[in-house]
Design a protein around this ligand. Structure first.
Ligand code: SAH
Length: 209
């Protein structure tokens, strides 16, 4: 069970554990992988992308420190799983995905589960989602070469941005808190491995697409 994998490690926020116990991960993986939906690892979701390891999603969620009233931005909707978890933890969620087919599938799954406070948008999430800014919390589900300036700018005062930052293969998961108009503080949450964040303020877009 996903919550057992989380409780044994450093996930202690009861709201985060409850969200993982409630959202059915099997609904967000391809039909051929349903038996593996509760394994402790990422799984392919098509278009060369993955649904993240539950533990890594949980670390991100816990680090965002959500209590329920927050307006949240997620970059990299993928399957929609993390967006659904965010929807339980916060007031409402804007989630941005650059691959149309994934955005459409995620929207369909969220609708089937009657999750109504998550909006999926198509676009380059390295630029954030300006119509919804500022955000109390921003979660990036793909690895960036550096924290995108647009996301730093769209954080509310006191807001938290969790972003994997580093090379295309390995990253450190970083939490950035906006302390004032111009001051940000940064904490390292450990080593992680995400698919690349590609876009204007990320890695170059692969030319094959
Ligand atoms: N949160 C997802 C994990 C998806 S993997 C889940 O729970 O399933 C990361 C996703 O980020 C991929 O779907 C990829 O297409 C997307 N992505 C990469 N760069 C992006 C960008 N610039 N804007 C929006 N989405 C992006």
């Amino acid at each position: 069970m996903v919550t057992e994998q989380l409780r044994r490690r450093e996930i202690s926020d009861p709201r985060v554990l409850a969200a993982f116990a409630t959202i059915p991960r099997d609904r967000f993986v391809p039909a051929s992988l349903v038996e593996r939906a509760y394994e402790d690892g990422p799984l392919p979701i098509g278009a060369g992308q993955t649904i993240s390891q539950p533990f890594v999603v949980a670390i991100t969620m816990q680090a965002l420190g959500l209590v329920g009233h927050e307006h949240v931005l997620e970059i990299g909707t993928g399957s929609g799983y993390a967006a659904a978890i965010l929807g339980m933890l916060a007031h409402d969620v804007d989630s941005v995905e650059r691959i149309d087919d994934l955005a459409a599938a995620a929207e369909a799954t969220l609708a089937e589960l009657e999750i109504r406070n998550v909006r999926v948008h198509r676009g380059d999430g390295t630029l954030g989602w300006p119509p919804g800014a500022p955000y109390d919390a921003i979660a990036v589900a793909a690895g960036a070469p550096a924290p995108p300036p647009a996301l730093l700018a769209q954080l509310a005062l006191g807001g938290r941005l969790v972003v994997p930052t580093g090379s295309a293969d390995w990253q450190r998961l970083i939490r950035i808190t906006r302390r004032s108009e111009v001051d940000y503080s940064e904490e390292d949450l450990g080593e992680v491995r995400f698919v690349p964040l590609v876009g204007a303020q990320g890695w170059p877009v692969p030319s094959s697409r």
